[in-house]
Design a protein. Structure first.
Length: 248
């Protein structure tokens, strides 16, 4: 009986260990740094910046860390970020291998991918302007659809649209060195280009140019008709034109 009780005590002791660091093993659930496993099989409880879990050795491992400081381990991190990081002894070497969210990097912007608390995604950039997606580098797409940027400029073809005179357009170009409604070179260098709005502006200019061409074609046809009428008149279709009489 005594042996059975001792075995039960040993089993209970093995199933529940609460050390000074808060480590717990309770019926298959494990907690480190906290005395409660909650509903999880494995819990690491920590609020210490940079604390977390390492798999492997310090020079070749995967780490999951919480409450990072700005630029800690990776140039993309901001205060309070959580970081999943892959690291090797030569992290920047070719073919080092790994699926990386936050690679070891000393670059100012890092070279990984960051998703902030609001769902903004940044790749190789700190994304200071909080774009939904910010990429520092090249990107390739098979198709891009831009929505909700403003009105499409078919209004140019409506009867009430007042087409600017070419003289006014020329005066604007001479004063500003770019077309009306089109962003200047300085603006593009500073702010970039809104693809949707820029496409609409370009289409507007094409439609206005089409109207100018139609207008000039109409005027050209009128001039041709007038020249034809005058030519017919000179060929005898109208009253004869006499020169001055001799002696006058």
């Amino acid at each position: 009986m005594t042996l059975l009780l001792c075995a039960a005590c040993q089993l209970a002791e093995a199933q529940f260990q609460n050390g000074s660091n808060g480590s717990v093993y309770n019926l298959g659930n494990v907690a480190v740094g906290t005395s409660s496993t909650g509903l999880a099989r494995f819990v690491i409880g920590t609020t210490t910046p940079g604390d977390g879990m390492w798999i492997g050795a310090p020079n070749s491992s995967i780490a999951l860390m919480v409450n990072e400081t700005s630029g800690a381990w990776n140039g993309l991190t901001q205060p309070g970020d959580n970081l999943l990081m892959w690291k090797s002894a030569t992290p920047d070497a070719a073919s080092a291998g790994g699926l990386v969210f936050g690679p070891w990097s000393t670059a100012a912007n890092g070279s990984g991918l960051r998703i902030d608390a609001f769902g903004h995604v940044s790749i190789g950039t700190s994304n200071a302007n909080n774009y939904s997606l910010a990429v520092n580098g090249s990107a390739i797409f098979t198709k891009v659809v831009v929505k909700a940027f403003g009105s499409w400029p078919d209004y140019v073809f409506r009867p009430e649209y007042r087409l600017p005179s070419l003289n006014s357009v020329n005066a604007y170009i001479q004063a500003n060195h770019h077309l009306p409604d089109v962003p200047s070179a300085d603006s593009v260098a500073k702010n970039g280009i809104d693809l949707g709005s820029n496409q609409a502006v370009l289409l507007k200019k094409i439609e206005e140019l089409t109207l100018y061409v139609i207008q000039q074609q109409r005027e050209l046809e009128e001039v041709k008709a007038e020249n034809k009428r005058l030519a017919a008149k000179l060929d005898g279709g109208g009253p004869a034109v006499r020169g001055p009489q001799a002696g006058q």
